[in-house]
Ligand binder design. Structure first.
Ligand code: GDD
Ligand code: MN
Length: 388
């Protein structure tokens, strides 16, 4: 939750996270100062993670030596350890006094002359979020390798398709927003993708993109790591579960019911294949087990794969606590055995007393038993209402 009682209504706060940026930080602070719009109070907040290259100390010394300006102040927050870009941004926002927040890197990839345009779009045109964008007309990237460009494009594609985002550059690290729009939001700030999280979690906001040219840094090196990439997928997954795409999903309970039943049947079919393959392999392919034993192994294997698929896919259950999962597995196996008995009984009844051909009887029996199984597992194993 983000609250701040000192909020000042005509101030802009620029958040600048730093890690090992001793070659950039002072010049970016100066450059920001000389690019600010007039008649506005701006505070720059540097959030440094105890950079080994002394970035934090450098800023402290610099602040001691410059004379205070009325409309541009600089503050520094020191954190003990490198805790990630997203959480540094969040920390900065929690300290910020402005009603408008700007976030940018300190390595000159984000040109300070764009800042007035961002602020204008918010203060004058009243947009809620403004994104400095590489991926709209007029925007560019300079100095990135093909590999890095492709990674960025791919990550952007995932966000757009996976999370239903319309913004062209949701991965931008250069953006501004009205502080009021994130009030009350629970922000995870995993990894690099702060903007993406805001885009997913805010509703009914107006968004504008402004083109700019992203220049790769001249000094120091990128902090993007394998870890950052994993963090990205983790945060997309979390955001995916958060809500917006779910909202777009089917709401009619009858249709949702049919969807799930369809998945349950599909899983059942896959289980049949598993069972068949394993039984065949054990009796001929890799061992010469007695066919009844082989069939038992096949049945157990298929019940297990069916269980895993139904838990994660059909019912979307992500709770893997051991005790709970074992108890679900027990119920699932019990219902499966029950289903097998029902199936057997039905085949016998249909063929023997109603003179229905064996193939047809088998199909009818399998469908019925599977349907019963679906209902029982939905209600008792995964504790869902029958129609929700
Ligand atoms: N405090 C703190 N802690 N700052 C950090 C950390 C951290 O753990 N990691 C990175 N930073 C700071 C850097 O010092 C820099 O000012 C800024 O965050 C961006 O880091 P870079 O390492 O320069 O990132 P990049 O250039 O690879 O990626 C940039 O462009 C991407 C566009 O695809 C960032 O702006 C990304 O957010 C953006 O998505
Ligand atoms: Mn950079």
């Amino acid at each position: 939750m983000i609250e701040n009682k000192f909020m000042n209504s005509n101030q802009v706060s620029i958040i600048i996270p730093t890690y090992n940026e001793s070659k950039n930080i002072i010049s970016i602070l100066k450059s920001i100062g000389s690019n600010l719009p007039k008649n506005l109070h701006t505070e720059a907040i540097v959030v440094d993670d105890n950079s080994p290259d002394g970035t934090g100390k450098l800023v402290e010394d610099y602040l001691k030596n410059i004379k205070k300006m009325a409309d541009y102040t600089i503050e520094i927050i020191h954190r003990k350890a490198k805790d990630g870009l997203g959480s540094a941004i969040l920390k900065g926002i929690q300290h910020a006094k402005g009603d408008t927040i700007v976030v940018m890197d300190c390595d000159f990839s984000h040109p300070p002359h764009i800042i007035p345009k961002l602020i204008e779009s918010i203060k004058k045109y009243q947009y809620d979020i403004v994104v400095a964008s590489r991926y709209i007309k007029g925007g560019k990237i300079q100095g990135w390798s093909l590999k890095r460009k492709t990674m960025s494009k791919f990550a952007t594609l995932i966000a757009k398709k996976g999370l239903g985002i319309d913004t062209k550059d949701p991965m931008s690290g250069f953006f501004a927003f009205k502080r009021s729009i994130i009030k009350g939001l629970n922000i995870d700030a995993i990894g690099y993708k702060f903007l993406l999280e805001i885009l997913v979690k805010t509703r009914d906001v107006t968004i504008k993109e402004i083109p700019y040219t992203f220049q790769d840094r001249k000094f120091g090196s990128s902090k993007l790591s394998i870890r950052t990439i994993f963090d990205y997928y983790r945060s997309v997954w979390k955001l995916y579960r958060y809500g917006k795409p779910l909202e777009k999903q089917e709401k009619r309970s009858s249709v949702k019911f049919l969807y799930k039943a369809g998945r349950f049947y599909t899983v059942g079919a896959s289980g049949f294949i598993v069972n068949y393959m394993i039984s065949l392999l054990l009796t001929g392919g890799i061992s010469d087990m007695w066919y009844l034993h082989a069939n038992v192994v096949g049945i157990i294997a298929s019940i297990t794969t069916n269980f895993i698929l139904n838990k994660t896919w059909t019912f979307g259950d992500r709770d893997f606590r051991v005790k709970k999962t074992i108890s679900q597995y027990g119920k699932f196996a019990m219902f499966s055995s029950l289903g097998a008995l029902v199936q057997l009984g039905m085949v016998y009844f249909l063929v023997d007393s109603n003179n229905i051909s064996y193939p047809l009887a088998l199909i009818l029996a399998v469908m019925t038993a599977a349907f019963g199984n679906f209902i029982l597992n939905k209600k008792f194993t995964f504790k869902e209402k029958l129609l929700e």
